[in-house]
Design a protein around this ligand. Sequence first.
Ligand code: SF4
Length: 321
Amino acid sequence: MPLLTVQHLKKYYPVSRGLFARPAQVRAVDDVSFSLNSGETLGLVGESGCGKSTLSRLLLRLEDPTSGSIQMEDLELTGIKGEALRRMRGSFQMIFQDPYGSLNPRMSIFSVLEEALKLHTSLDAAGRDARIRELLKMVGLNPDYARRHPHQFSGGQRQRIGIARALAVNPKFIIADEPVSALDVSVQAQIVNLLQDIQRETGIAFLFIAHDLAVVEHICHRIMVMYLGRLMESAPADALCSDPLHPYTKALLSGVPQIDPSKRRRRIILKGDVPSPLNPPSGCRFHTRCPFAVPRCAEEIPEFREVRPGRFCACHLVEKI
Ligand code: SF4
């Protein structure tokens, strides 16, 4: 059984456009389905505004979905509230893009980690102290630094602290939201390697949100590509990066710099900006920017279907492009 099963998840936000105007909705997440296994890293990529952040807030149950289902093992998460939700929160955690912004500058690292342990575990003071030392060692920091404050660490060290905070309560699933994009390239590799080591040791599942496809390809087992609230393609990372099927994935990958000349692709420049989710294009949401669009694309929503074993794509012309 997968650790996480998401089915037909939707989040629509009502928007007021004046007293006499027809009510409108922003379709931030629209009919998204996927699953995630323990010990697996699933990448989620797409331009800003595609719904990645809304999807992660829904999975963390920081917002209620409009409809659809989120199951962790055999427990349905969408209906739970109050104390049951608070207890479940220990199972899923988040690593943020900006580790400095997510750490209270007035709290020592010890206090940051102890706060999480007090909230989600029954450890006594000695147990918390031992666990904090263990966590700092696990993320490659000297446990003797526990009484220091966030400003006394470098950007990479602060991200290690963010990872330690997420690990503090033994989660089953972590959403890593652009965890390395604010870091220097040399430090990015260290953090990516750290996350892979932690996954090997603990079996935690990651949803890794990023716009840098090179990083996603390196760390993820599978990748999902999202556009205007809908999934366009999902496939094992190596298959998606070496042989993308959806025109949007092809365009995203064509912009990734390649050192190896044999892997270089013809650059596909997409026309225009991402349309507003308040008034998304009819049919295929990508049709206003797709270089392969035919009249059918503006009329009929392509089904997100398995087109090859383990490969899903939402495109009418996938077999022909
Ligand atoms: Fe392009 Fe049509 Fe495929 Fe959409 S369905 S990606 S518009 S070819």
